[in-house]
Structure formats: structure tokens, C-alpha cells
Design a protein around this ligand. Structure first.
Ligand code: ADP
Ligand code: MG
Length: 708
């Protein structure tokens, strides 16, 4: 009797036919048709209300009750015309997901049911939010959290099979005013960066511009057939495979990256993009990634708060569309051992009055601003590498960072050859060492820096890529908010410090003194600049010599959130109070520990109830065969069979020991648990390589990754 669980899905996949040619009229997709953006608002509210709303947005002041009521009426009319029956405040709690609690547009007035939506509904919500992680900020007896409308991120409509819901992006906080979400600190960090940027730009004679921070978040993900997923308890419960022997072929031929996209996947991507475009999310690029079954979606960059919301929706749409297509989208940072994991490249830039400050520009004045901003960012990263590292900490991402995979756990800045040469010229003078040939900021023009060739080092965690910084350490499942809160805050601090010095310079010798100051800044922080291969052992040693931290695990990385100087900075810039920071440290540490614990439990359970029985069946069959051979006096093959039985038997014994080992590890020892899980995995993977294929109960890597 075979317990093979795997032939059925393979057969079914083989019979699938995916529409490969497009017929019929091109679908009519109006970009942003499900978004209540400014253009739509202008059509649905009076001119006066529209102007008031824009004014309030510009100045950051709250709307009056009447204006809010008007906006709510317009929004309600628009949403119901588009089929919405419900609304929800949509928010980003600390559990890493999005949260929603739907209410119908329904009220009873004078005994009669009416459809209604008011300014109060729009502006403030009070979900009973007692079960969201708050890190001790709120006890259940005072469970009410509040959600408040974030008018900078437009409301949108989410559709499902037979209905639609109006979603209102909101910030989420406790009734004591403590932030309980990922949006509030992001908005606060933007305020801080706004003020510092204005202050710095004033030094260059540009006192009152508009600051825009942009983010383009490239999203990597895996797709596998849903039938495999449903047969893998580890994937269902943890998002990653805790067992699975390496297949003969994985990614070593490098034949998946940028390969032609298979029809089934392309159909999936097309559906995803249509949904995203309706939501006003500018999905732009799609391609195969390095690992088999791994893909990437990149949108055009947008204002950072909107881009963070949009990335959460991207992940949701990917998951839901996969399900509709008989697939599963795995967003875990490391679903499969031995092949690449998934990240999220965080492309960050800052503009002032529409000019990207990270654009070298082509006249001396622009160059002065560019080099000042560049030096400030370098300083910020060097001083707060610990916080950047902490912002991407998590159980899933530990498998990437510090595990010889993009990028390393050591934070460094990549500038590329040309820009490094410019910086060197600023610091040391020309190759010949003559003082006169030093670069004079704001007087000399910079050489043109070609964007394309500054972008080829993929091993750097924080790379300057032509006109933006690309932080490559965020994990594929993580919200973009965390890393951007940190980047905004540390850059705000660096801008502020820079401005403090520059404000003292006289206009006559401003450029000279700026040059000297930038030179000093670079000299103090050049240790963070590294253009080489970040994966090598040499770099680990070199980084240690330079005094750069290497923090491969989440607990080590999270220590930065308990640092007093860091707390003081967040407090100074109004991003986190000490209470809020401490609560986050607690939430993230607990999340890490719980995830590891869940992985350990499912690994034990699968080892005991799936792997061991498979091994014993194989052993039983083998022993049976040996007995039959001996009964019939056939000696050929007996030696091999005995050898096989011995090997399996020994592994079953080892399995037993390792299951017990894992079980006896205390729950609050994630490190020990991780080590023991890895050992158990070694045994299980060795068993997989020996047990008869038709007895193996779990979809194998070569199937999940290659048959789809
Ligand atoms: P890749 O990194 O794959 O070479 P690109 O560098 O062209 O691709 O772009 C990657 C992402 O960076 C995209 O989401 C793009 O919109 C975004 N991006 C491009 N320019 C900027 C910018 N000035 N600020 C922020 N993001 C940007
Ligand atoms: Mg990129």
C-alpha cells in the first residue's frame, strides 16, 4: 500500500491548461478607479469643501466637523455608486498585517433602516482592539484603541466575489495617545524630516520649499501550486518549509532569473496588476527572480506614506490572486533552504520643491546641496547602523541576513566607483596629493555620474543607486514602514546637525567652510563606505577592524531599541516616546520568540507523525524483503538491503533523540531551539534521501519548485 500524497497534485497540474492566447476585447481598466483621490473628491464635494480639505492637508490641521461631514457624504456617494455596502477603518497594527473591521452603511432612524455615513464615521473609529500587540501600552480592561483618518492616503474600495468595502486608511493609537501601529511613527518621522530639510535648505538660501520623501518598494515572492501547500503543514503554519532535502537542480544554472515567464504565472501577474491599477498602485515591473518559482513586482515610486500603504496592499493582492489561481504566494523571507530568500528593496529619496536632493545635478550650486545631503546620509547611517539593522529584524529575515545571502547583517554604504572617487577627492585631494586639486564644493562641478553603472553591486545593504538610496535588507513580508521611520529620523537628525553648523557660516566664505566641514564629516564616517563584495569572510574581518557591528540575530539587533541615546533621539524628534519605543522592543522580541516556538512545534509534530512513520514503513518493507529472500535462499541483494535497513534504522534512532532534544528546549531559548531545529532537519533530510519515493509523505523541493 502506498501512502504517496504527491502523485495526485502532479497529475492534476499536468492536466491543467492555461489560456495562452489572449482573445476578446482589451479589458477596460481605469487606473485608480477604486480610489477616492483628489480628482474624484473634486467631483463629489463642493468646491468650498474641496479647497478646505486641501488647505487642511497642506497645513496639517484637522478638518472642521462640517467639512468632514461633506467629505464623508461625497465619499459615501462615490463608494455606494461603486457597489460598496460597508466601510472600514484600515490600519496597520504591530502584528505586521493590516487590520479592518467592517461596518455596513446602515443605521436605524425612527424605526426605519437607512443607509448612512457621517463625518464622525470617517474621522474617528473605536475598534475593540484589545487583542492587538501593544507591548504593555494598554491593558485589556482599557482596551479601546482609536483609529483616526489619515487624509494623506486616499480611501479606496476593496472588492471581493460579491461585494465591496470602502477602506479608510487610519492611524491607530491607544486612548492615552500612544502609537500602536506602523503609520503613526512614519507620519511623525516625516514631520521631523520636513522641518530639518527646510532648516538645511535655508542654509542654501532656499527657505520654503515642499519636502517630498519617496519610496519605491520592490517586492520579491515565491509562487507554488496550492495543492503542495495544503500537503505541507509547515508551510501552512509558518510560511516556510522546516524540512526538505536540496533537489539536484535548484538555482545553480541561473536559468530562472529574467527568464521568459510561464503562461500560468503571467496570467497570475496580469490579474494582480489589474487589481493594483484599480487601486491606484503603479505596478510597473514584473520578472522572474533568481530562485526557481521566485518572482518580483516593482511599482513606480510614490510618496513614502502612500507607498507603505500600497506595499501592504500589494502583498494582500498577491496572496489573494494566488489563491484564486490555485497557487499560493509565499512572502516568507526564507521558504526554502539552500536557495535564495526574498527581500524587499527599499528605494528611498528626498525631494525639495520637486528637485531630488540625491540627484548630483549639473551645476556647482546643485552639487553643493547634493554633496551635503550625501554626507549627511552617510553620517546618519554610520551613527545609526544599529537602528537600521533593528528595523529589519525578525525571525524570517534572520535566515537571510548573516547567512551568506543578500545582504549581510553588517550595515555599510555603497557609493560606487565614481562617487567614491569624488568623495576621495573631497577628502584627500587628487591622486597627486596637491591641495589645489581638491574638490571645492559649490565651486567645482561634479563629473556626471552615470546612473546605470552605480547600481551593480547587489551585496550592499545600503547602496547609492544614481539618485536614491536602496536599502536592501528589509524582508519580503515586512512592512516598509519600520525601515522608513528609521531612515527619515536619522536623516532628520543628520540634516539638523549639518544645518546647525552651516548656519554659522558667513556668506562670503560659505563654500570654503562647507568644503572643510564636509571633508571632516566624511573623514569621521568613511568607515561605513564599502564598495566590495559584502558576502565574503574578508569583509566580515575588515568590518570588525573598522568597528562596524555584525548582528546576525534578531535579539542582538533589537538591543538598539533599548539604547538610551537612540531613545533620546526618537524623543527629540517626536517619533517615539520612551514608552512607545520600549513597547515596540517588547512586541518584536515576543513575536520572534513565538514564531520560533511555533516552528519548533510543527517540526516536532511532522517528524513524529509523518517522517517517522514513513521511515518505519520503508524499514518494514525492507525487512520483509530480506526475510523473503532468506526464506527462498536468495542471497543476492540481501547485503544491500541489510545496509539500507541499518542506515534507515540508525536515522530513526537519531530522529527520536533529536525530537526529544527539541522538545526539552525551554520555550524562552529561541537560540537553542533554532540550533536543535536545524539538527532535526539534518536527520529528516537524510531520511528523505533514503526512503522510497512513493512512501514520502511531503511534497519534495524538486516538485514544489519545478512543477507548477
Ligand atoms: P533595479 O533596482 O531593479 O535596477 P530601478 O533602480 O530602476 O530598478 O528601480 C527600482 C525601484 O526604485 C522602482 O520601484 C523605482 O520606481 C524606484 N525608484 C526609481 N527612482 C527613484 C527615486 N528617485 N526615489 C525613490 N525610488 C525610486
Ligand atoms: Mg533594485
Amino acid at each position: 500500500m502506498s501512502c504517496n500524497n504527491r502523485q495526485e497534485p502532479i497529475g492534476e497540474i499536468a492536466r491543467m491548461r492555461h489560456a495562452a492566447s489572449f482573445e476578446g476585447p482589451a479589458p477596460d481598466i481605469e487606473f485608480g478607479c477604486d480610489v477616492f483621490d483628489n480628482e474624484t473628491m473634486a467631483k463629489y464635494v463642493s468646491k468650498e469643501t474641496f479647497n478646505r480639505t486641501q488647505e487642511a492637508l497642506e497645513s496639517g490641521t484637522p478638518l472642521s466637523r462640517e467639512t468632514a461631514d461633506d467629505v464623508a457624504q461625497g465619499m459615501y456617494r462615490w463608494a455606494t455608486e461603486r457597489g460598496a455596502t460597508h466601510f472600514t477603518h484600515w490600519f496597520l497594527p504591530l502584528n505586521g498585517s493590516t487590520a479592518e473591521k467592517h461596518d455596513a452603511f446602515l443605521e436605524i432612524e425612527n424605526g426605519k433602516a437607512i443607509m448612512k455615513f457621517s463625518g464622525k464615521n470617517l474621522i474617528l473609529g473605536e475598534p475593540d482592539a484589545s487583542s492587538f500587540p501593544s507591548g504593555g501600552l494598554r491593558s485589556t480592561f482599557e482596551a479601546r484603541g482609536c483609529t483616526a483618518w489619515d487624509p494623506t492616503s486616499p480611501a479606496f474600495i476593496k472588492r471581493h466575489g460579491n461585494g465591496a468595502t470602502l477602506c479608510i486608511p487610519t492611524a491607530f493609537f491607544s486612548n492615552t495617545g500612544d502609537a500602536l501601529d506602523r503609520k503613526t511613527p512614519l507620519l511623525r518621522s516625516l514631520q521631523a524630516l520636513n522641518a530639518s530639510t527646510r532648516r538645511l535648505m535655508k542654509c542654501f538660501g532656499k527657505p520654503s520649499g515642499k519636502v517630498t520623501v519617496s519610496l519605491g518598494a520592490e517586492q520579491e515572492y515565491f509562487l507554488i501550486d496550492r495543492q503542495y501547500y495544503l500537503r505541507r503543514p509547515d508551510l501552512i503554519q509558518t510560511g516556510r518549509t522546516v524540512f526538505g532535502a536540496a533537489p539536484a537542480k535548484h538555482q545553480q544554472l541561473e536559468d530562472h532569473y529574467f527568464g521568459s515567464i510561464r503562461t500560468r504565472i503571467l496570467n497570475f501577474m496580469t490579474e494582480v496588476e489589474r487589481d493594483l491599477w484599480r487601486l491606484g498602485i503603479p505596478a510597473k515591473t514584473r520578472h522572474n527572480e533568481v530562485a526557481p518559482c521566485q518572482f518580483e513586482l516593482a511599482p513606480l515610486f510614490e510618496e513614502v506614506n502612500l507607498a507603505c500603504d500600497h506595499n501592504m496592499l500589494v502583498m494582500e493582492v498577491l496572496r489573494q490572486t494566488a489563491e484564486r489561481n490555485g497557487l499560493v504566494c509565499l512572502l516568507h523571507e526564507k521558504p526554502f533552504n539552500g536557495i535564495n530568500g526574498s527581500g524587499k528593496h527599499n528605494n528611498w529619496s528626498i525631494s525639495y520643491d520637486g528637485r531630488n536632493l540625491l540627484n548630483p545635478g549639473d551645476n556647482p550650486g546643485e552639487n553643493a546641496v547634493f554633496l551635503t545631503v550625501l554626507c549627511a546620509v552617510i553620517e546618519a547611517v554610520d551613527l545609526h547602523a544599529d537602528l537600521l539593522r533593528a528595523s529589519v529584524a525578525g525571525a524570517g529575515n534572520d535566515h537571510r541576513l548573516g547567512a551568506h545571502e543578500a545582504p549581510p547583517a553588517i550595515v555599510s554604504v555603497y557609493l560606487g566607483e565614481q562617487l567614491t572617487a569624488v568623495i576621495e577627492k573631497l577628502v584627500t585631494g587628487s591622486e597627486s596629493g596637491h591641495k589645489e586639486s581638491r574638490l571645492k564644493v559649490g565651486v567645482d562641478a561634479l563629473p556626471a555620474l552615470p546612473k546605470s553603472i552605480t547600481d551593480r553591486n547587489r551585496t550592499s545593504p545600503f547602496a547609492f543607486t544614481g539618485n536614491k538610496f536602496e536599502f536592501r535588507a528589509p524582508g519580503s513580508s515586512q512592512s516598509c514602514s519600520g525601515p522608513n521611520v528609521i531612515i527619515n529620523t536619522i536623516v532628520a537628525e543628520a540634516f539638523d546637525r549639518m544645518a546647525q553648523t552651516l548656519e554659522k557660516f558667513d556668506p562670503e566664505d560659505f563654500n570654503d567652510r562647507l568644503t572643510t566641514h564636509l571633508r571632516k564629516t566624511i573623514r569621521s564616517h568613511r568607515r561605513i563606505i564599502f564598495n566590495g563584495d559584502g558576502y565574503t569572510e574578508d569583509w566580515i574581518r575588515e568590518a570588525e577592524k573598522r568597528g562596524l557591528a555584525n548582528l546576525p540575530t534578531t535579539p542582538a539587533a533589537l538591543a538598539a531599541l533599548s539604547d538610551d541615546d537612540n531613545a533620546a533621539m526618537f524623543e527629540k524628534y517626536g517619533v517615539f516616546s520612551r514608552r512607545e519605543l520600549a513597547s515596540r522592543a517588547e512586541v518584536f522580541a515576543a513575536d520572534y520568540q513565538r514564531r520560533i516556538h511555533i516552528e519548533a512545534r510543527i517540526a516536532r509534530e511532522m517528524a513524529a507523525t509523518m517522517i517517522r512513520p514513513a521511515a518505519m514503513r520503508d524499514l518494514d518493507e525492507t525487512l520483509h524483503a530480506i526475510r523473503s529472500a532468506m526464506d527462498t535462499n536468495i542471497s543476492a541483494g540481501v547485503k544491500a538491503m541489510v545496509g539500507h535497513a541499518d542506515a534507515i534504522g540508525a536515522l530513526v534512532d537519531e530522529l527520536e533523540v533529536r525530537i526529544c532534544d527539541l522538545k526539552s528546549c525551554p520555550e524562552d531559548d529561541p537560540r537553542g531551539t533554532t540550533v536543535r531545529m536545524a539538527r532535526l532537519r539534518e536527520t529528516v533530510d537524510a531520511i528523505e534521501k533514503l526512503v522510497a519515493d512513493d512512501l514520502w509523505p511531503l511534497p519534495k523541493y524538486r516538485e514544489m519548485l519545478f512543477i507548477c
